[in-house]
Design a protein around this ligand. Sequence first.
Ligand code: GLA
Length: 677
Amino acid sequence: MLTLLTLRIFLMAVAAAGGPPPAPAVWIGTAWYPEQWPEARWDQDLRLMKAAGINVVRVGEFAWSRMEPREGKLDLDWLDRAIAAAARHGIATIIGTPTAAPPVWLTSKYPDTLRTKEDLRRAEHGNRQQFRFTSARYRQLARRIAEGLARRFGNHPNVVAWQIDNEIGAISVDEDTHGQFAAWLARRYRTVDALNAAWSTTYWSQTYQTFRQVPIPESPGEHHPSLKLAFKRFVTDVWVDYVANQTGAIRKASRAPITTNFMGWYDAFDHYPVSAGIDVASWDSYWPQAPMTAAAGLYHDVVRGFKRAPFWVMETQPGTVNGAPINSGLRKGEVRTMAWQAIGHGANMVNYWQWRGAPAGQEQYHGTLVGPDGNPRPVYEEIAQIGREVALADEALRDTVVSADVALVHSFESRWAVRWQKHHRDFDPVAHLRSYADELRRLVVALDVVPTDAPFDGYRVAVAPALNVIDDRTAQQLRAWVEAGGHLVLGARSGMKDAENALHAPLPPGPLAEALGAHVDEYYALAQPTPVAGKFGAGTANVWAERLVVDDPSTVEVLMRWGAANGWLDGKPAVVTRPLGRGRITYVGAWLDAQTTASVLRWALDGAKVARPFGTLPASLEVNRRIRPGAITYVLINHGDAAVTLKLPQRMNDVLRGRPGVSTVDLGARDVAVMSQ
Ligand code: GLA
């Protein structure tokens, strides 16, 4: 596994070998498809890239038919020339393995490599992601092309990273996959009886006699929640293995870091185990419609949390996308705020998709830096400005990382469990997570989003909204951290389910109820806003309410109680807290309005002595902090349409405007400042 330091040493070695210029603190890049253009055009494109401050290109991820035009016959000379051309312009290269788009000779000769879609139809050529993720034959063919690329370019001084496939996720529901799922179930449960017991299959006569009888729960309708969770775990393991097949081939010949590009909030598999097999987490960050908001930055924190390390934005939009219902794109200035938002949240690469659109094909309307005429489009200048600014801020950003006192606990398993049994149409687990995250980000300059098994030692406060699935190990770990001094804030629906997505017998928060000294004895989906009042004033809950029971009145404090509601809730506790060891555990049994959520969080942060150097920010303003020993860099972003003057907690240097020792900073509409301290 590459640490940041080994990554830098590697990149320095690359530079020493006469490749691209030394690695910048933050790469600015673009997806480039040299195979789509005459070679005579490459130099002009690369010149224009360089002039925009672009120092890395990602190539190859859809070029299998050019790399291996006939089975087993590799033609990589053109790619070699493209990488060399980029190097001549001081631009480094990331090679994408082309396995998201198999060539037609492959799928015609080996139709068993095509996936069966959820509608039970077999995928066809003419699109991408048509491969079958479980296919042993596809693994062999994918490994061969990855090996071919690695053998040829593994030691290339200009190849600074690898990307496996592209936006993995499409599954297959074919017979072979079904067999593999059955084998997976046999490995996990050992006996069918054990599976039947874990899933309570006497319900609806679902009792199985063999593992092969367990269906693939491919359709979005009703399926047993334990089966659905098991299938997601199987799918996750397949992707871990799929990625490892190619990383194994590349690592034999290359020391360059390997990534695979994820998609925002995509939950088709658990991203934490997949991230464990790559060196750097990356994602494709798209925001189809203006305005850009501070809240848009949350997924960067999620991706940073995949490896708890700096990450890359492997794709982002030069203005507009083409897949949304209305592709209105970003307003002038928002491509810049979007780039700086990524950097502020810890990205060390911002890569534009794409340089120039293919004249034909599915994505003709998508934003690009140059048009079909080969000349810069209006957004090019804004990206060139980003390039200049990132170069100016290089020293301030170099080796800095985001480091937070506060963690937001994020679990794919809990997201699935809630989404599959929402109980209230509007209980969207991501929206619920956001209801806490958005308020937290107005209070703190950095927020880590981490999985349940992360080391929590460095955090003062951990907030776990709707952590529905809590197994005994997680409960023990969280409890130990609380006893050592942490403050755990559990949100509604937490601790209801066990590792099989079955109900815990102890009432929620299940294995943490004893630590809390209280439990939930009933939950209610709310058809209308419901009043709640107490320490944080008078507020309302929407969507969800829980009735709490205090088990240990001598230590548990009731912070909020329900007002007049459905009779059951009236006057009952809604939010409780209890000191435990050197720490504290709090349970919020409601989806609270934004203001009350903010009050709860402010109370938790202040009680845990979390520094809040900028106080409470207005929603349009964003402050991000990156640090290294002896240096702090703030990335300030005004997403609003009105100019603001921000008072700084102490004198700082305005890096982009070259003004040392200022105590206030003016931010225009949709504007950015980088301040070093
Ligand atoms: C995804 C893909 C790219 C491209 C973009 C368009 O992120 O990875 O190949 O299709 O979407 O927004």
